[in-house]
Design a protein around this ligand. Structure first.
Ligand SMILES: [Zn+2]
Length: 153
């Protein structure tokens, strides 16, 4: 009997648990200072701008711009497939999020629009994923958990 390989789990803690819990509920939320309204990511306890400890989870659109990306070929372990893309997307709210890009390397261009959406990769794991706006949401970074979903845009 062979176990199906799964993706590594994120390190969830008191600062970032809201992010993963909202993803599991199908929402993309970003930490926002309730004093100066600055968004920040990854989550941290104190606002780097005004030093407030008060914050909220703000649901954001997921619209962003591809800042940079890389294609991984070696070493690639299951469930990933060679050439899967990892990108840094700057959301319209001004924060940058690392995501799997679920499209082909020859389609990736720095500066292109990308929609960041919650993507279920297995029964227990939902992560943010980047898609070309208007495209169906099909996971290409993994053969083991290929999932097709209707585009939400
Ligand atoms: Zn602040």
């Amino acid at each position: 009997m062979t176990a199906t390989p799964t993706r590594q789990r994120p390190a969830v803690n008191l600062d970032n648990s809201f992010f993963f819990e909202s993803l599991a509920q199908g929402r993309l939320t970003i930490q926002q200072c309730t004093e100066c309204r600055t968004h920040r990511h990854p989550p941290v306890p104190m606002c780097p701008r005004c030093h407030s400890l008060s914050w909220q989870a703000d649901e954001v659109s997921g619209h962003g711009t591809l800042t940079t990306y890389t294609a991984l070929y070696h070493p690639v372990l299951p469930p990933f497939v060679p050439g899967y893309l990892v990108g840094l997307v700057e959301l319209d709210e001004g924060v940058r999020v690392v995501v799997n890009l679920e499209f082909a390397e020859d389609e990736a261009r720095i500066g292109m629009p990308v929609d960041v959406v919650p993507q279920r990769y297995d029964d227990d794991l939902v992560l943010p994923a980047g898609y070309i706006p208007g495209r169906p949401h099909v996971v290409v970074s993994s053969t083991e958990s290929a999932v097709a979903q209707e585009s939400r845009s």
